[in-house]
Design a protein around this ligand. Structure first.
Ligand SMILES: Cc1cc2nc3c(=O)[nH]c(=O)nc-3n(C[C@H](O)[C@H](O)[C@H](O)COP(=O)(O)OP(=O)(O)OC[C@H]3O[C@@H](n4cnc5c(N)ncnc54)[C@H](O)[C@@H]3O)c2cc1C
Length: 253
């Protein structure tokens, strides 16, 4: 099962997220034949948001996970809700052109708003705080990088600014950084609680969520895109479309 590392048990390790998150919703394993318009493999942020969006658009949706919602990176990350992509806005526009690139930049800048609106809409108890995201720097090169990044967003009207030097230590809690910028669209959440909340919201909307599936990788690999089934003859999953991978990486076996 590719969702587990060698020797790993299917039990989330202790973390601040786990200690403070509500429990996951009750889910069952796939015991019977199910049918859906769309089957989604993986119940992290990607799979669950896709499921909610499709369900709200009127599709029947099944989500399956080898372990449980938030088991992967979604339940174990830093919990920072960050606007933008890995590439800076100007790079995105250079790569994708003035129209598509600009749309991608705008979409990525509004991503935190989507997250915080989703949390409010589904009343997800995940300690959301939208008080900005700070990126500090302490070398000459990284200072130039963050200044350029901040300028690129400012030119596009985003609520960003360089933090005045005299406020750095107070805001960051350490004297080691020489510069920092803040993007006020960002914030933080408990990501495991968010993933579990998305799962609960999806189930409430009518999404079927099956967890602790065994042999999911072989069931994924051995059957067609139109008709998916587990590799035993009794438990079947029929769907028109499959969203795969929502597994953070492509299952290798
Ligand atoms: C250490 C770390 C820190 C990060 N910090 C941040 C941050 O602060 N802010 C931020 O925005 N992003 C952060 N990220 C990135 C972010 O966590 C990921 O981009 C995001 O969680 C990916 O979500 P996902 O749903 O695609 O994948 P995942 O959350 O990994 O979900 C994949 C799911 O698929 C299931 N699965 C895997 N294989 C199979 C299979 N064969 N069959 C069935 N199910 C399967 C898994 O059990 C899992 O539940 C961080 C990532 C890491 C690793």
């Amino acid at each position: 099962m590719t969702a587990l590392l060698a020797g790993e048990l299917p039990v989330l390790p202790s973390s601040a997220w786990k200690l403070t998150a509500p429990p996951p919703p009750q889910c069952s394993s796939l015991q019977e034949t199910v049918e859906a318009d769309v089957a989604i493999i993986g119940s992290g942020f990607t799979g669950l948001m896709t499921a909610i969006t499709l369900r709200e658009a009127g599709k029947t949706v099944v989500v399956v996970d080898a372990i449980e919602p938030g088991w992967g990176a979604s339940g174990r990350n830093n919990g920072q809700v960050i606007p933008g992509l890995k590439w800076d806005p100007d790079v995105v526009v250079q790569r994708y052109g003035a129209i598509q690139g600009a749309r991608l930049v705008e979409w990525s800048g509004t991503a935190p708003t989507l997250v915080f609106e989703t949390i409010a809409k589904h009343e997800i108890n995940c300690f959301p705080v939208q008080n900005g995201w700070i990126q500090p720097a302490y070398t000459g090169i990284s200072i130039e990088t963050i200044k350029a990044r901040c300028n690129q967003w400012a030119r596009r009207g985003a609520p960003v600014e360089m933090i005045p030097e005299h406020e750095l230590e107070h805001m960051l809690g350490t004297p080691i950084f020489r510069s920092a910028w803040i993007d006020r669209r960002g914030g933080s959440i408990n990501p495991l609680a968010y993933a579990r909340g998305l799962a609960t919201a999806a189930i409430k909307l009518g999404v079927s969520l099956y967890t602790y599936l065994r042999r999911t990788a072989s069931y994924l690999r051995t059957h067609s895109h139109v008709r998916q089934r587990r590799n035993d003859s009794t438990n079947r999953l029929f769907c028109l479309y499959m969203v795969w991978p929502a597994t953070n990486r492509i299952p290798s076996r």
